[in-house]
Write a protein that binds this ligand. Structure first.
Ligand code: BEZ
Length: 212
């Protein structure tokens, strides 16, 4: 059965380009991004993993561990990583799972047989410190994902977890956020000293609370 939002992300052990890992141990008590790509030595995947490596400090700042996956083997991963580093001007130092027997791919429903019988689609899961699935997206092989959007979602999820706010459509860092429905207007006025703008009783904005 496929995973849904709020489900516990299953643990697994896997061989990766950085050695054997236990997923939960790798995540520790922080956030995680687990994402699959269809195959090594393919163009869109090369740019995706390069972009992820270039955003290393952005993921670190948010306490997020990144873990990639394809069903290719370790030797292919190693050779391909050199190509990614060379062509994308970066250093891939996050692990890439060599999921040759498709254990993790099946656990996370990353193989969609009507798209490809044998390779993984572009699945991406964001996992919270509670090991629960906070987001998943699935893209086709021909479309590279937007990793800045992945960071934006992480920022939104972390604001919700830490401050009881949600983020409106197209929200960007620095813009006003929305007080979640579970917080009464009275409580919001107390909780958000920068002010609460009440547009409707259910639509209340406040300045992004984690900024000075
Ligand atoms: C790519 O990464 O470019 C790709 C991978 C598998 C199928 C099609 C494109």
């Amino acid at each position: 059965m496929s995973l849904r939002l709020g489900d516990v992300a299953p643990n697994f052990q896997a061989k990766t380009s950085n050695g054997d890992i236990d997923f939960y141990e790798y995540l520790g008590d922080g956030w995680g991004v687990l994402f699959s790509h269809p195959a090594d030595y393919t163009p869109v995947c090369t740019t995706e993993l390069g972009k992820t490596a270039l955003l290393k400090h952005e993921f670190e700042k948010r306490n997020v561990k990144v873990l990639a996956l394809s069903v290719d083997g370790l030797e292919r991963h190693k050779g391909w990583i050199s190509d990614i580093n060379e062509t994308q001007n970066t250093t891939v130092d996050f692990p890439i799972i060599a999921d040759e027997d498709r254990t993790v791919a099946n656990l996370y429903d990353m193989i969609h047989p009507n798209a490809s019988e044998t390779t993984t689609v572009r699945s991406l899961f964001i996992i919270g410190p509670d090991k629960k699935v906070k987001l998943f997206i699935t893209y086709p092989a021909s479309t590279g994902r937007n990793f800045n959007e992945v960071l934006r979602v992480i920022d939104s999820l972390q604001l919700t977890a830490n401050y009881s706010v949600a983020t409106p459509a197209d929200w960007k860092e620095g813009e006003d956020v929305i007080v979640v429905l579970a917080v009464s207007t009275e409580a919001a006025i107390e909780k958000f000293p920068k002010g609460v703008k009440i547009v409707k009783p259910y639509l209340r904005y406040t300045p992004q609370p984690n900024l000075d």
